[in-house]
Design a protein around this ligand. Sequence first.
Ligand SMILES: NC(=O)c1ccc[n+]([C@@H]2O[C@H](COP(=O)([O-])OP(=O)(O)OC[C@H]3O[C@@H](n4cnc5c(N)ncnc54)[C@H](OP(=O)(O)O)[C@@H]3O)[C@@H](O)[C@H]2O)c1
Length: 264
Amino acid sequence: MDAARPWKTAWITGASSGIGRELALRLAERGVRVAATARSAGNLNALAASNPLISPYPGDVTDAVAMKDIFTAIERDLGPVDLAIFSAGVWQGMLVSDFSAQRGKDTMAVNYFGVLNALEPAMAAFASRGRGHIAFVSSVAGFRGLMKGAAYAPTKAALISLSEALYPHLARKGVKLTIINPGYIVTPMTQRETFPMPFIIPVEQAAETIISGLSRGKYEIVFPWRIALLMKTLRVLPNWAFFRLVNMGINRRGTGEPPSAPNA
Ligand SMILES: NC(=O)c1ccc[n+]([C@@H]2O[C@H](COP(=O)([O-])OP(=O)(O)OC[C@H]3O[C@@H](n4cnc5c(N)ncnc54)[C@H](OP(=O)(O)O)[C@@H]3O)[C@@H](O)[C@H]2O)c1
């Protein structure tokens, strides 16, 4: 096994754009065969045209049957998958004033249940073979609920919790699990937003950091370091101190909510 290329065949969800796409390109450049999944077949075909080692397997992660079928098709066409990176995800801001149960459920359907759907066939195959590497793309947003994160943060907290529950048991079966917790990365997801994004980094840098961490078999890849330090600190603070800091931020910058209607 080549130290620079510890995997032969990778399955990446969310590969049509942003972090997943960049990982697909960079793994293929290193000689890894990549099965690329997302809904937009056109973007996947364009990606596959850029490197013969990339193959498109379009599908929606919210469809559990489709994820099983895609995994079977990948192994039939490309051989055993030994790296599965689940990066498909959506961001939707939500505050008290625009709270929507449906938006929360839609975000959970992709970011958490979508990972479960893809995980089931991959984990079963890896566990039965006693090898393989699974990675969830979560976020530092999963450490603490913060501004506008009422729909998104719970989905990422769920992934972090899931990884903690599975990691020791998978390790005993010879399967690696990595939780990837990025801060802000320049991708179409962040380009659609206008709020301040401290310490944002280019997607190319993010992909290199992720591949380096994966090839070293790290449990957690959290970056860039300044937002990692900030969010890890918020995570371990007692709740009273956390909410005091949040309130200081709100007093300085506002809640993000529209102004309340004046009393009649
Ligand atoms: N960018 C950041 O600052 C940042 C920070 C922390 C964590 N993350 C996480 O990183 C992951 C990738 O985000 P990104 O920034 O690369 O965003 P992005 O450019 O918007 O990419 C999102 C990817 O998810 C796919 N996707 C969305 N819904 C899907 C569905 N139902 N089924 C299959 N694929 C679906 C999209 O493809 P289609 O639309 O073609 O389906 C696209 O390939 C997400 O999980 C995100 O939460 C991002």
